[in-house]
Design a protein around this ligand. Structure first.
Ligand code: V47
Length: 407
């Protein structure tokens, strides 16, 4: 493949050729894995590149420099290098279904278009039978995960959530329940007058297998006061995640970007996640979430750009050296950008989803779900190898009549 010159004065800083430069055939297009050498005209990136190549940890100043540089291709090169060192071409996805049992929420976060006050137009709460019917609907293929999140309902008793999980487990014993953000867990513990540990233990006993990464937003108090004033604060989110990990529940972690946060807030967020992961090892995946302003009280803010979306993925991969996976959630950034992100550090695209509500209430224009074949096609067309996984990243094998998880 002929290397095309890029605009600007390159050749000032030029680095060793990557050994993985052979052409690979992926069936749809021919791609070169990191075929071109690292190059940049931003001198701040040279020492970062040296650390990345040596497998050394990046510090706060490095992370800020990655955010500040305009050389997105150099940042992407490094993130892609780390991604390929960890996963080669493997790209994970799952066959999952989202269930949002209620949108009634006491929190009234400015970032959110999904939550409704009780008894206001559009507010809903599923009866348990309705939630079980929803779980079974929408897609003929066997799902391996239910992703369950909802509002902070002021009246629903803790028992509703325990019955929801045990009822789902009874009806769909093979399906993993990835349920309730740290924010929901903290709210349920308050309502049930239980400690966080007791709440998590009861949820686990009722069938919860792991926790999604939502509600983390940005940990910095200054930002939290603007976007989600009534939620638990950053340290409570981290403490709840820590207890979940201690009792054997894996979780994910998110970061909501593209609103009123600055580079330092993002770096602070990433370093706090990395520090907790050093302690517990309980995080599986980091998911940067692009803020969707439509229909929120922050709708005057502009939407995120493609550059920012790719930057978040790449910086996440480079700073979170102890996170096994970086997810590019296609619903958030569109399937086209998610596909590109597979060359900017992401190794996971999330899943079929079937029925997404939270971002669609906030103006997302993506489809609400995607078929497994389409996810595989997108991944192959990026020159990557699609691997269907379960929630714990074990490979899933499908035949006409069965779905098997390698344990
Ligand atoms: O916590 C809410 C975010 C999160 C908006 O763990 C918004 O695998 C953008 O956490 N614009 C919930 N974001 C979703 C979530 C998630 C999604 C996919 C996979 C996983 C996983 C987790 O959505 C909330 C909040 O941070 N959110 N409103 C909005 N207007």
């Amino acid at each position: 493949m002929k290397k095309l010159p890029r605009a600007g004065n390159y050749g000032k800083l030029f680095f060793a050729r990557n050994p993985r430069s052979e052409t690979q055939s992926c069936g749809i297009i021919n791609v070169m894995a990191n075929a071109h050498p690292f190059q940049t005209d931003d001198p701040r990136l040279a020492p970062i590149h040296a650390k990345v190549m040596a497998g050394e940890r990046l510090d706060a100043a490095d992370a800020v420099a990655l955010y500040r540089t305009g050389d997105i291709l150099a940042v992407g090169w490094m993130a892609n290098h780390v991604r390929e060192r960890m996963h080669g071409d493997k790209t994970y996805f799952n066959v999952n279904r989202h269930i949002n049992p209620t949108n009634v929420c006491v929190a009234a976060c400015r970032l959110c278009a999904f939550g409704r006050k009780k008894d206001t137009p559009g507010a809903y709460t599923m009866a348990l039978e309705e939630a079980f019917e929803t779980a079974a609907s929408g897609y003929s293929e066997a799902v391996t995960e239910f992703h369950i999140v909802g509002g902070l309902h002021p009246d629903l008793p803790f028992q509703y959530f325990l019955d929801l999980c045990s009822g789902l487990k009874q009806r769909f014993p093979q399906v993993h329940l990835k349920a309730f953000t740290m924010v929901e867990v903290a709210y349920l513990s308050k309502r049930a007058k239980l400690s966080i540990r007791e709440t998590l233990e009861q949820l686990k006993a009722s069938g919860v297998d792991s926790l999604p990464g939502g509600g983390a937003e940005i940990f910095a108090d200054r930002v939290r006061h603007i976007i989600c004033d009534h939620k638990i604060d950053g340290s409570q989110w981290l403490e709840t995640a820590k207890i979940a990990h201690q009792i054997g529940l894996k979780s994910n972690a998110t970061m909501l970007y593209g609103h009123v946060e600055n580079d330092e807030d993002r770096v602070d967020h990433l370093l706090k996640l990395r520090a907790l992961q050093d302690e517990t090892g309980g995080f599986q995946t980091f998911i940067p979430l692009a803020f969707h302003p439509d229909n929120t009280p922050l709708q005057h803010l502009p939407k995120t750009t493609g550059m920012l979306d790719m930057k978040q993925i790449a910086v996440g991969r480079l700073v979170l050296d102890n996170f096994p996976h970086i997810k590019s959630y296609w619903q958030m950034v569109t399937s086209k950008m998610a596909q590109i992100s597979l060359r900017f550090g992401a190794d996971d695209m999330d899943g079929t989803v079937i029925e997404e509500k939270i971002y669609h209430d906030a103006g997302a224009t993506t489809p609400q779900g995607m078929r497994r074949e389409e996810l595989e096609r997108l991944i192959r067309a990026a020159g990557r190898e699609p691997i269907e996984r379960d929630t714990l990243y074990r490979p899933v094998t499908r035949t006409e009549t069965s779905v098997t998880v390698a344990v």
